[in-house]
Design a protein around this ligand. Structure first.
Ligand code: NAI
Length: 704
């Protein structure tokens, strides 16, 4: 099985991880902190060791391995770089997502490198760190790809400036693993021996945590928030209890090189270390040289967006037809011109455009104005809007169409030519304007709410089409006083309903720093929250062979309707993927309704029939299964010349042995436990030919 080179550029995640101060302290204890650095261990004024960020890797790694198809038998964590943007708060939720960026070929003898980059954001909205992980895959080289650029660190020949001793205990991995890396190599004697070691070894990332503490103590003692970058290469394994030292050279102001040495053997355990420290510059959100189109910018929210963008350096196309609130009338140049004057008076740059967004020509004209005046388009805020409210039976076609033309078709008319420019330059930010009325419903606004939800649909697909070109598309549902809402929103709250309170979020969503695409936010009165379309886990109704009855729907109604454990889908492909899994694998629901495996022996009874002879061409192997627990036992399957036989008991010379508990095995076979997760969490232990074990999923297709 070769590396999947198509994995480059594939999105991995997002993964979320909730954590409390106890998790941060547990990590600190895992990397040797104690009373001597109580800041990391005491919830009062707790500081988080920056290398704690690495624990987000444990969700990311299995997905990285599955997406790139690395051969698990030869995988090592090769290099690790962390670039910090903000200190890690003591509690919250971390969201991590990224992509595989490179697959390098070091040759068939030496192996391959798979590089992935991901970013982690805190629930407070701060981007915390960027992590670049290099996986060294010993058995995947020789695919004819490019070799990795050399990345060797030259250490000064003089004596180091600091040498910091570390004393990991014999039991260190037992504490460290509780932070997420429960791989059995660090705890299980048999597994460690099978992998060629005398006994379980230290986690490389545990030693990495020791080094991070040593570097902080040497340069910015007591101020972990000043760590800006930590980069290194994992070189050799280390047994628990071995004393280590972190050897450090300062090379410049704010910069140092380091390595970790095993004091007993003098071997380098972690090499090529780079450390950068100092104040992390606060990022001001600027729009210098960015060209922004704001539609309907002659008044209300659009005017404020245009002014605020201009104050931060953007060049603005102020579009406004200048019509009446219901879209009637010939329009007027006044509103757009006045906003252009306001921007010029502030020292900004702006041009007016008076086209209607409601026509294709109007949309093209607006984008042309930007190209003629400023040569580009980076930002588009689809904001223009009108209202024609009537209860549904009084909603004549004219009122229906006019509202859809301005809001929904208007966004299409302007976004399409703008998207073409953005795609060409590989950068773009588009903001749609929906409404809480559209998201949740509002009496008398069928035209408006349909148009506003149509914009969400437009965003959902445009975000996918823009992904490759760094075009991010999001949606805002504002609340503010304006001509549209002056008779709807309560006058007592006027101060809280200023459009100025909406603008910061709009600006963030169209900034370079915006980390998301495809999201919806309610914004107003000083509150911002995310709205989303969620899908519950539902139920498998029927057995996929016979058409289910309405009575079966009734019987499952509670499950079908429940939003417990609901999730968001990035695209319909992901949703269909889940749907297919629900049927192709005996899902938990199937098991519960009597269609999954309820006993381990049933799996082995069904195995010969589930054997896919066509997938077994050229494969001769004996798989031994050792299933522990009351419902367990021993079985082996002999695959030879395209046939499969299953026997109870143990074989003298199996090619590959799989060990699991009875309940984990049933979860695996019933689709509740993914194979990769079972392996990396230590629930599935594999001995012998690990590569062949990866064939099992292809060789047996169970159906119910
Ligand atoms: P506004 O009436 O103050 O501003 C809308 C602007 O769009 C006006 O200046 C108008 O001349 C312009 N416009 C109308 N039709 C146009 C066309 N065909 N071509 C070009 N320009 C056109 O209203 P507001 O409140 O600032 O609304 C902005 C957006 O926010 C709208 O899409 C609205 O639906 C949305 N919204 C506003 C809420 C609020 O609380 N103000 C609530 C939810 C959504």
């Amino acid at each position: 099985m070769a590396l999947n080179l198509d994995a480059i550029g594939k999105k991995i995640g997002p993964f979320t991880k909730d954590y409390t101060w106890k998790d941060a302290v547990l990590y600190a204890l895992g990397v040797g902190a104690g009373f001597s650095d109580l800041d990391y261990c005491y919830e009062k004024d707790l500081k988080v060791i920056p290398s704690y960020g690495i624990t987000t890797l444990y969700d990311f790694m299995p997905e990285l391995a599955a997406t790139s198809n690395v051969n698990l038998a030869g995988v090592l964590h090769g290099e690790q770089e962390l670039i910090f943007h903000n200190p890690i708060p003591p509690e919250g939720t971390l969201t991590t997502e990224g992509t595989i960026t490179h697959c390098y070929d070091k040759g068939s003898e030496k192996g391959a490198l798979v590089v992935a980059e991901f970013e982690t954001t805190h629930s407070n909205g701060d981007k915390l760190f960027t992590s670049i992980v290099t996986v060294f895959s010993r058995l995947d080289g020789g695919f004819g790809g490019e070799n990795a650029p050399a990345k060797d660190v030259e250490f000064p020949e003089r004596e180091p400036d600091f040498v910091v001793d570390g004393k990991p205990t014999e039991d260190q991995p037992l504490i460290y693993r509780l932070s997420g890396d429960v791989f059995q190599l660090h705890v299980d004697q048999d597994f460690a021996e099978m992998a060629g070691f005398e006994k379980p070894i230290m986690h490389g990332l545990c030693t990495h945590g020791y080094a991070c503490r040593a570097l902080i103590d040497s340069f910015v003692a007591g101020q972990p928030e000043k760590v800006r970058r930590l980069d290194c290469r994992f070189k050799r394994p280390l047994y628990p209890g071995m004393p280590i030292k972190t050897v450090i050279w300062q090379t410049d102001e704010g910069q140092a090189l380091w390595k970790v040495i095993n004091v007993e053997t003098q071997e380098v355990v972690i090499d090529n270390g780079i450390f950068e420290y100092g104040d992390i510059p606060k990022t001001e959100i600027r729009f210098a040289d960015r060209v922004a189109i704001v539609t309907g910018a002659g008044a209300g929210l659009g005017r404020i967006y245009a002014l605020e963008l201009a104050k931060r350096g953007a060049k603005i196309v102020v579009n406004d037809l200048g019509g009446a609130r219901d879209g009637s009338g010939d329009g007027s140049k006044g509103p757009a011109d006045e906003v252009v004057d306001e921007i010029n008076a502030l020292g900004g740059e702006a041009v007016a455009n008076y086209d209607s967004v409601a026509t294709v020509e109007g949309g093209e004209g607006i984008v042309k104005t930007a190209l003629d005046a400023f040569g580009s388009v980076d930002i588009l805020i689809n904001n223009a809007g009108i209202l024609r409210d009537k209860s549904f039976l009084k909603m004549e076609p004219q009122n229906w169409h006019v509202v859809l033309d301005v809001h929904l078709n208007g966004a299409y008319n302007v976004s399409r030519p703008a998207f073409a420019v953005m795609k060409e330059k590989g950068y773009g930010r588009i903001l749609m304007t929906t409404s809480a009325a559209g998201l949740y419903g509002n009496f008398g606004q069928t035209n408006y709410t349909a148009a506003k939800m149509g914009l969400v649909g437009l965003m959902n697909t445009l975000k996918l089409e823009g992904e490759k070109y760094n075009i991010k598309v999001n949606t805002i549902a504002p609340v503010a006083t304006s001509r549209l809402t002056e008779d709807i929103l309560p006058p007592d709250f006027l101060d809280k309903l200023k459009p100025e309170l909406v603008a910061p979020m709009a600006l963030y969503l169209v900034s370079e720093q915006c980390p998301v695409s495809g999201n919806i936010y309610n914004v107003g009165m000083g509150c911002v929250n995310r709205a989303a379309i969620l899908t519950g886990p539902g139920a498998v109704v029927g057995d996929s062979r016979q058409i289910p009855t309405p009575e079966q729907i009734l019987a499952q109604w509670q499950k079908i309707s429940s939003l417990k454990d609901a999730k968001e889908y990035h695209s319909v492909t992901d949703q269909i993927g889940d749907l297919l899994t629900a049927f192709s694998q005996p899902a938990a629901a199937a098991a519960e309704s009597g269609h999954g495996f309820s006993a381990v022996s049933e799996v082995f009874d069904a195995m010969p029939e589930a054997f896919a002879a066509d997938a077994a061409a050229g494969v001769d192997i004996i798989f031994q299964y050792i299933i522990s627990g009351d419902g367990g036992g021993d079985w082996f399957s002999t695959i030879e010349s395209g046939n499969c036989r299953v026997d109870a008991g143990t074989h003298e010379k199996p090619g590959c042995t799989l060990k699991m508990s009875d309940s984990d095995f049933l979860d695996l076979m019933n689709g509740k436990l993914p194979a990769m997760q079972a392996y990396t969490s230590g629930k599935l232990k594999i001995e012998g030919d690990i590569m062949k074990s990866q064939l099992i999923e292809k060789l047996f297709k169970f159906s119910f």
